[in-house]
Design a protein around this ligand. Structure first.
Ligand code: UDX
Length: 436
């Protein structure tokens, strides 16, 4: 199928761009379309709008070898045989997903397609959406032109390329076995397990996967609270739990909870889907509230410990929603910093990737009184407390003696449990983590 031309709608976003670059690296001709002209112009010059390890190199290679093309004109997808729909499904105020971008993309593609085209829906959509999209095409008399296949993605930021090239599984849902087979064939460079199923099962697999990841995190955070009460160490408890092969070690790191553009949004959407069919999402509601509680109790503990925030000089390490990315969308760091500033604290923040990326300007506009530190040491200098909000690996390697000597008060509030509390105390820090 390598001679076939593939298209991407939403080619400038995290998911779309990773798909475009990886598919080009597999030898396909890929046209990546995005509405955002500025992104497209930059991508044509191989300027990637966000940080993702290895992505810039793949984009450059794809452009040089003329396998990858970025365009602001949807008509350039009209001769593609398979188009991946990678547009956003942002949360509406009630938590449900806004599907307008997906609906528009599918309809536009069906109208401009020269021959029959397969639309592989990568966007995370509520259960029943792919069937509705297909029915809608029928009503418009466009069914013969476009076949809708549910094809959820499981890419995590920071490991997106590996996740694409070595997928844990490929899931396709639909009613056209041949089209499903084509979608699988294009993206299975490795011998990944394949699930071919209905539209609804594919949609449910995606939602349930993200909901279970979120559940594991809220579970360990709940255990962290009782751990603290008994002066236990959640990191050791977590290790002991994760060694059971039936449970596994992943997503059992206690801390500030899950943040970022996907887990929280998808969880709220899933909960609202339960409501829509008259079912209760008791467990998932709890998962959501435990996650909120993590944030509030962290800030409350800090405020109580310092006896108020007014005039406190605070350093923050970590702005991105997780290590290895410069993505600050829905990062916990933002509401925490906003709260600290609104209570009269002076805050200086450092982040190894955000500090060097266009996200810095975006954040500066939203948090104008936030000061930027060029290094973690600068963030800590003369501060009354240092807050660790993202588990960036470089923070684990800090010269702690140097850090302590530069602080006005050697107090660390660690929302990611990067250090051993006993060792930190021996070094002369007052060290407060989560569940330790
Ligand atoms: C997630 C899913 O992992 C991915 O499969 C899906 O396609 C998109 O959503 P991502 O948003 O990149 O990926 O982040 P993820 O690695 O899942 O982390 C989400 C949040 O959970 C981060 O804030 C992270 O710090 C937090 N987390 C993760 C924990 O608090 N504890 C853990 O043990 C693991």
């Amino acid at each position: 199928m390598s001679a076939k031309k593939l298209g991407i709608i939403g080619g400038g976003g995290h998911i779309g761009l990773i798909h475009a670059a990886c598919l080009a690296s597999l030898g396909y001709k890929v046209a990546a379309y995005d509405l955002d002209d500025r992104k497209i112009k930059n991508l044509q010059k191989a300027l990637v709008p966000f940080y993702e390890p290895g992505l810039e190199e793949l984009v450059k290679k794809g452009l040089e070898e003329e396998r990858l093309r970025f365009t602001g004109n949807p008509e350039e997808l009209s001769d593609a045989e398979l188009v991946f729909i990678c547009v956003g499904t942002p949360a509406l105020p009630d938590g449900s997903a806004d599907l307008r971008q997906v609906e528009r993309a599918v309809e536009e593609l069906a109208r401009l397609a020269q021959g029959p085209v397969i639309a592989a829906i990568k966007s995370t959509v509520p259960v029943g959406t792919n069937r509705k999209l297909s029915q809608q095409l029928g009503k418009l008399g466009l069914s013969h032109k476009l076949t809708v296949i549910a094809n959820p993605e499981f890419l995590a930021e920071g490991s997106g390329i590996d996740d694409f090239l070595k997928p844990s599984r490929i899931v396709v849902g639909g009613e056209d076995p041949q089209a499903m087979e084509k979608v699988v064939a294009v993206q299975s460079p490795s011998a990944a397990p394949v699930i071919k199923t209905s539209w609804e099962n594919a949609e449910l697999i995606k939602h349930a996967s993200n909901a279970l990841l979120a559940t594991k995190i809220s579970f360990i955070n709940e255990v962290a609270a009782i751990c603290e009460a008994f002066k236990g160490d959640i990191r050791i408890v977590s290790q002991g739990i994760g060694l059971d092969p039936r449970i596994g070690p992943h997503f059992l790191e206690a801390g500030l909870g899950f943040s970022g553009p996907c887990l929280g949004k998808d969880l709220r959407s899933f909960i609202s889907q339960f409501g829509a069919v008259g079912e209760d999402a008791l467990l998932l509601e709890a998962v959501f509230y435990i996650n909120l509680k993590q944030l509030y109790s962290f800030v409350q503990k800090l405020e109580e410990h310092l006896g108020g925030l007014r005039g406190q000089k605070l350093g923050v390490l970590g702005l991105a929603f997780k290590p290895g990315t410069d993505d600050v969308r829905d990062s916990h760091s933002l509401p925490i910093i906003r709260h600290l500033l609104s209570r009269g604290a002076v805050v200086a923040a450092h982040d190894p990737l955000v500090g060097k990326s266009p996200q810095k300007d975006w954040l500066s506009r939203r948090l104008p009184s936030l000061q930027w530190a060029a290094s973690p040491y600068e963030a800590a200098e003369r501060k009354d407390a240092l807050l660790i909000l993202t588990a960036c690996p470089e923070y684990r390697e800090l010269d702690l003696e140097r850090l302590k000597n530069s602080m006005a008060n050697p107090l660390i509030f660690d929302g990611r449990n990067l250090f051993d509390s006993r060792e930190m105390k021996e070094l002369g820090f007052e060290y407060i983590g989560i569940g330790i």
